[in-house]
Design a protein around this ligand. Sequence first.
Ligand code: ZN
Length: 400
Amino acid sequence: SPMSLDAWLQDVWYGTRTPPWWLRIWAPVYGAVVRFRHWLYARGWLRAYRVGAPVIVVGNLTVGGTGKTPFVIWLVGRLRGMGLAVAVVTRGYGRSRSRRVTNDILRVDASCRAEDVGDEALLISRRTGCPVYVCRDRVAAARAALADGAAVVIADDGLQHLRLARDAEIVLIDAMRGFGNGSLLPAGPLREDVARVARAGATVLTGAGAAPPELTRVAARMSLDGGLLLPVNGVDGARVLGDFAGQRVHAVAGIGNPERFFAGLRAAGLELIAHPFPDHHRYTAAELQFGDALPVIMTEKDAVKCQSCAPEHCWYLPVTASFALADERALLGRILMDARLLDILACPLCKGPLRRAEDASGPVLICRADRLAFPVRDDIPVMLEEAARQLPPTDPLLER
Ligand code: ZN
């Protein structure tokens, strides 16, 4: 069968195929446009808008998946654990073409459809319950989030959306694929020069593999954990991934890097018939009928689009981002500092203000109303009632 354009490009970018001359000539042009845009913003000829609350940008330098959605879900959880009201703004990739051209702001909830709001936005909303705003204009989306009460905004995939001024930037890099052939679009997968990484606050290397040689420092290494399969259409029960070890299954993935998903299933001992699809692919029922009774296993991002067209015996594998403790502390510490989040932390009980102080154990955050001292361990506040120390009414820490 003829190779699809998408598969051919993937092979040029990440495989051994040399980019043809008619792709290579456009890379310097693309690079000049990117540098010119940065220059216009740096000079103030194009305006970047501050929205009045800390903005944390999560993005990648390459086209395609780097585990960004699981990372955003993780970050939402961590920031909420500190008592912060978090909202996510996103472009809404994977929406149908007609929905992408408007500047309407869509508020995502669990009842939304992927073709209206995008598969990643729907997944983040369903997994976190956090307010998610979809709009081509991320400044407008962030302002809507603040009007609804958000104290911190996470801009998903906003690294190149310079119009939205940011306080912290996190760049995710897929360790398995690195920067591909190292060329800019369209000859390679890079959306910006690799040197851009040095200007970002933090880098996160996702998945197994060595860091690309261009990368001089890595803030944290993220892995994706998942072992429980959940039914897509609710007919079958949940299954443990290991139950399928040694069995033949159909594996379906319409994500930036399907091979990452397939490699994980193979590592669990499954025998795969792999069905890679382009990122954000919208499935028809026919594409998921393989003419046999073998189980079908797909990613969670695919599953949010397949609830009505999934075949029988179809499961998805939710994955969760995880970090080694030291990496997590380094990363969160950097984000807290860059986005000055310590200044806007609120008491998780009364939502009232907190005051920084020192006690015998080190730095603490004091809520005077509740007479609680929340510990700050390795620069990361632990905003849990059970971790806090109750202060007697006469405690000197309660004095102004
Ligand atoms: Zn309080």
